[in-house]
Design a protein. Structure first.
Length: 169
């Protein structure tokens, strides 16, 4: 086969975690100070990759896991590193995606990129600790490849592109 195949990668995160800002910044779309809470927005990041922004929430998690995420092997989780309750919620949802008997996603075949946003805030938890707190602790959930990348408003574009390239480049 000549060349890489186009891949759509779901980016999942709670409302307000920074999904829309992260990916719009990576493609050079100016940030106007609004947090649109985009549902189903797609961004073409590289010639071979498109990221699909999907909101996470308890009500939508089972539907997403059983329908939209079936047969996927690449995932991005965007986690607010200043929100301890949000990390617990994301952990529960990640468990549902990868360990629930209704899920057919085998984590050991997946590449997972965890973006930990808001690293410029004083209350931010270190990226590796965020990844552990949401379940990627090297024991319970062990993907084929795990990349953890901290981001902040100051270094958003550079950090985002680096994390994406490390995971999917």
């Amino acid at each position: 086969m000549g060349g890489k195949q186009s891949v759509a990668v779901p980016a999942l995160g709670l409302s307000g975690s920074g999904k829309s800002l992260l990916f719009s910044t990576m493609i050079g779309k100016p940030f106007d100070g609004k947090y649109p809470g985009i549902h189903g927005e797609s961004y073409k990041l590289q010639q071979q990759h498109t990221v699909e922004i999907l909101p996470l929430g308890v009500k939508k998690a089972v539907m997403l896991a059983s329908n939209h995420l079936r047969n996927r092997t690449n995932f991005v989780f965007v986690v607010d590193s200043t929100d301890p309750k949000g990390m617990v919620d994301v952990s529960q949802l990640i468990d549902m995606f990868f360990t629930d008997e209704r899920s057919d996603i085998d984590i050991s075949t997946c590449t997972v990129l965890v973006y930990t946003t808001k690293q410029d805030k004083e209350s931010a938890v270190a990226p590796e600790e965020v990844a552990k707190s949401v379940g990627f602790d090297g024991e319970r959930l062990v993907p084929k490849k795990l990349v953890v990348q901290g981001t902040s408003m100051v270094t958003l574009k550079e950090d985002g592109e680096k994390g994406w390239a490390d995971a999917f480049g």
